[in-house]
Ligand binder design. Sequence first.
Ligand SMILES: Nc1nc2c(ncn2[C@@H]2O[C@H](COP(=O)(O)OP(=O)(O)OP(=O)(O)O)[C@@H](O)[C@H]2O)c(=O)[nH]1
Ligand SMILES: [Mg+2]
Length: 449
Amino acid sequence: MEDTIVAIASPPGQGAIAILRVSGSESIPIAKRIFRPKKAQENWLPRVLVLGDIVNSSDEKIDQVLLSVFLGPASYTGEDLIEITCHGGMLVTQAVLDTIISVGARSAEPGEFSKRSFLNGKMDLTQAEAVMDLISARTALALKAANSQLEGRLGNRINELKQSLLAILAHVEAYIDFPEEDIDPDANESIIQKLVRLSESVGNLIQTAEQGRILREGLHVVISGPPNAGKSSLLNSLLGYERAIVSDLAGTTRDTIEEMINLKGIPVRLTDTAGIREVEELIESEGVDRAKRELKRADLVLTVVDASIDRKENGMIESAFSGELNHIKVFNKADLGIHNSYKEEDGIQVSCLEGTGIELLVGLIVESCLGGSDHFAKNLIAVNSRHRTCLESAQSNINKTIDSLKEGVEPEFISVDLRESLDSIGEIVGKADIEDLLGEIFSSFCIGK
Ligand SMILES: Nc1nc2c(ncn2[C@@H]2O[C@H](COP(=O)(O)OP(=O)(O)OP(=O)(O)O)[C@@H](O)[C@H]2O)c(=O)[nH]1
Ligand SMILES: [Mg+2]
């Protein structure tokens, strides 16, 4: 972390302005070498925009820019940091970058500014991850969840768990390390109760992983069914524009077509597939294979049929309807009337042609997804897969400890599992250290007097 890093912080391409960031101990000396303020500066006041020119080593002007200084630790990275707003041409931005590199900065690696921010204690790991979630959020709900994580909501929950675990562990360890101090080990029963509650809290967080996955990657909804049922028409209706080719020829769609949409705040990866039927023809048959593969990966399947015709004519549909997949039956072409053979079946009637039933279907899709968007909005904690792995390992060690205690194992032996559990939880926020444990022991037990 000795070196000073630089990067273009705005996206590549042409724009009105572009932003470059420089961070590290040499930021201000670097700025002094390449920046000529329009009005002579006595001092470099932090957080003030200063107009001036970027010049190269031969004192040639590269661009007129606005420059601001953030003095560490009151900066994003916690180090001295400079932000330069230059004109947004690709060439001019690159030239400013080259100038900064020529006087000693190094090109930053991806995420390096946030990494420094974490290493300098400006935020925990969950917050650093939330920065990325925020940038890549595709719906308002995903943005809300990212913001809540960035504010430290998940980090706080994790720290609460850590504290409870520490309190238990501290008790056990103090008993082992300082038996002469007469610390009564908590009665086994009470430790067990505390651990059971802890395990439940960890379990609650693990349950948010599914929500987290959907917010980050999208709910994978696959449109499936026999040829000519109106699958591509449904994709287009849900998207609101003519994305896929629609025709009355069975076998129109060959390849899978995937689009991201926002259904009431829930990001959805919607896939249209080839109609499933037995075919000889090579390309269509590959399409059918792809459709089947998509089905295996789906969170939810919309099984579409042309319900205006006898269900016997819809071929392979019986197997699709009776499958174990999480699916919604969509009876399309309701404008032509629903055939008697579907009257007993429960499903949703739509007409892609007239647009009826589509709103209702959207509601069902959203509901099928962990209780709908209201539930999503309320529960703004959504752990990612890394958090989940750590939580699962923590929970398994807590449960192991509970079992050991029930079997009457001595405290000496359970502290190992508890420590491992603490490490896993600490890994989530990125601070698993022994200092915490020592602090806890000495502050709450006044050992050594
Ligand atoms: N009357 C009526 N016709 C519809 C409706 N939806 C689709 N169609 C027609 O049904 C035909 C097939 O529609 P597609 O959307 O191409 O069907 P598909 O399931 O994608 O078909 P493949 O890609 O061949 O498997 C087209 O002629 C559409 O215009 C509807 O709600 N009502
Ligand atoms: Mg199609």
